[in-house]
Design a binder for this molecule. Structure first.
Ligand SMILES: Nc1ncnc2c1ncn2[C@@H]1O[C@H](COP(=O)(O)OP(=O)(O)OP(=O)(O)O)[C@@H](O)[C@H]1O
Ligand SMILES: [Mg+2]
Length: 349
């Protein structure tokens, strides 16, 4: 598959000699949704600015839609749309005028221009403010106006730098639907966000950037699976280390074994003693607690793929009817925290 974006040792050193992006190598497949994660100051916006030809790389190379950002900036600009982190519309122009200016810049046909703009305004619910000056809008309204202006020329590659910050929950969902719809129609989306749920739900691939470097890249599920694997390895290493030491307190051993456990919580329709007894007897359960709200909170083996299945089988076999079930899985947030925890303080501004 062709890549919509490729970077080769892409580097940005700002004038104050600070390296914000450090030899970044990244491939974003065509027609995919890519999530860019990273702590504040990691270099996400700087990367996006280089890819959208707003600033020049110091060294290295990047292509967008096959065009080199330094050699063919006009071709690159024609392909892309950008919703910047800081809204960059003209404050003294109205929402409509700003969108018209963008449409004209990109050569949207005149007979389609206003109807396209109005459709987009309706979609993100900002039509009611179309004749208001941008300077007089609320934060969320500005964000919506910025979306309309960036989408009017139907860009092949769309960069969204924290697009849902400050949007109300309804508009957020509308934007998520819009991102999916654009992608279904073949558009590539690059999404920078601190909203892990948003990234997990929308993105085909996720890259985590830390102090200007790519520290993880996979599908959201791949990242979570890798975290589980690395936790498993850490635990096995710790266990083999303590078993070789003669003087290890029971509490240390228990703490390490607890790392091995994950939560499972079940609500039954018929919570009789017979069912509870059979759960207690289940081999896969390390601890059990019946909470005040009636939930049965269990601890099971994190790394045993069959543990959930076996517990459920035991409950069903004893006549238990399950109303709801919840198991704790590693989240993208866990992956984020782990992959960005090892920061060299000298690399930060
Ligand atoms: N014009 C500039 N001159 C000097 N340093 C800058 C400039 N712009 C950004 N930086 C520095 O580069 C680093 C990366 O900034 P950038 O805006 O790319 O981070 P980010 O990953 O987008 O963070 P956030 O999540 O807060 O938006 C920061 O340490 C910042 O202080
Ligand atoms: Mg940023």
């Amino acid at each position: 598959m062709k890549n919509a974006i490729e970077t080769h040792d892409l580097t940005k050193v700002y004038n104050n000699n600070f390296t914000a992006v450090n030899s970044l190598n990244l491939e974003i497949p065509d027609k995919s949704i890519f999530g860019m994660l990273g702590p504040n100051g990691a270099g996400k916006t700087t990367t996006i600015k280089m890819l959208t030809c707003l600033i020049q790389p110091t060294s290295g190379r990047a292509t967008v839609g096959g065009y080199d950002v330094q050699k063919n900036p006009d071709e690159v600009r024609n392909l892309l749309g950008m919703v910047p982190q800081q809204v960059s519309l003209y404050k003294d122009l109205t929402v409509m005028e700003n969108s018209q200016m963008c449409a004209d810049y990109y050569g949207v046909p005149q007979d389609e221009r206003d109807s396209r703009i109005e459709d987009l305004m309706e979609l993100v619910d900002i039509k009611y403010a179309k004749d208001k000056r941008v300077g007089q809008l609320s934060g969320g309204q500005k964000q919506k106006a910025s979306l309309v202006a960036s989408l009017v020329h139907r860009p092949e590659i769309l960069f969204l730098d924290e697009p849902t910050i400050g949007l109300d929950p309804t508009t957020k969902r509308t934007l998520w639907d819009l991102i999916r719809e654009l992608n279904d129609n073949g558009h590539t989306i690059i999404l920078c966000s601190h909203d892990m749920h948003e990234v997990d739900m929308l993105c085909d691939n996720v890259g985590i950037i830390n102090t200007g470097n790519l520290v993880a890249y996979d599908t959201p599920q791949g990242l979570k699976d890798a975290l589980l694997e690395s936790n498993k390895k850490e635990m096995t290493d710790a266990l083999s280390k303590i078993s070789s030491e003669s003087e290890v307190s029971t509490s240390t051993k228990e703490n390490i074994e607890n790392l091995n456990l994950r939560k499972m919580s079940i609500l039954l329709k018929n919570q009789d003693d017979n069912v509870i007894d059979s759960i207690k007897k289940s081999n896969n359960i390390k601890s059990i607690e019946i909470a005040k709200n009636g939930r049965i909170n269990l601890r099971i083996d994190s790394f045993d793929d069959m543990a959930v299945q076996n517990v459920l089988n035991d409950i069903i076999a004893s006549g238990g009817i399950i109303k709801s079930i919840y198991t704790e899985e590693p989240s993208l947030e866990d992956v984020f925290i782990k992959s960005t925890s090892e920061v060299n303080e000298n690399d930060r501004a």
